[in-house]
Design a protein around this ligand. Structure first.
Ligand code: S3P
Length: 175
């Protein structure tokens, strides 16, 4: 099995962290989550970073961190939903590992994030409309760099992990 890094991309609420933890456990590899890493390093929660530094400040931290973490070997990394907005991030994710897009429907994402207070971009009067807007902008970007696309709706994290393992055994490009 390839020792290439595995990078999970996809929208907020798709389940990247759950899948990533399970995948890393199965492969006996380190698991990293870029948001958690930013929180640990700054000692500040993501909403507070947005409040103090704005989205631009958060994105600068995210960019620097992704450049650092993706230079490691054989890690499983869950990225934040907006990481793919930056062309440089897309390039390094694509070049330094196998990119798995965890895709989900708007309804699924809305249900999973509805009572969430940890995602500053969804602190709006109409979070569903915001999710829809983000999806429209970001779906082509996720798709652009995906080596593998998996739909979460109706599937367990275990099923998704199984699909990823199978892909790693036969790593042909298969979005
Ligand atoms: C964001 C997604 C979040 C986090 C931040 C911004 C986004 O990560 O990075 O709130 O722009 O979609 P998750 O996808 O892990 O929720």
């Amino acid at each position: 099995m390839s020792l290439r890094n595995i990078f999970l991309i996809g929208p907020m609420g798709a389940g990247k962290t759950t899948v990533g933890k399970e995948l890393a456990r199965t492969l006996n590899r380190p698991f990293l989550d870029s948001d958690q890493e930013i929180e640990q390093r700054t000692g500040a929660a993501i909403p507070l970073i947005f409040e103090l530094e704005g989205e631009a400040g958060f994105r600068a931290r995210e960019r620097a961190l992704l450049d650092e973490l993706t230079q490691r070997d054989a890690i499983v990394l869950a990225t934040g939903g907006g990481a793919i907005l930056d062309v440089g991030n897309r390039e390094i994710l694509s070049a330094r590992g196998t990119v798995v897009y965890i895709r989900a429907s708007l309804d699924y994402l809305y249900k999973r994030t509805a009572r969430d207070h940890h995602r500053p971009l969804l602190k709006t009067p109409d979070p569903k409309a915001k999710l829809q807007e983000l999806m429209e902008i970001r779906t082509p970007l996720y798709t652009e760099i995906a080596d593998l696309i998996l739909d979460t709706d109706g599937h367990t994290p275990k099923w998704i992990v199984g699909k990823i393992l199978r892909h790693l055994e036969r790593p042909e490009k298969s979005p």
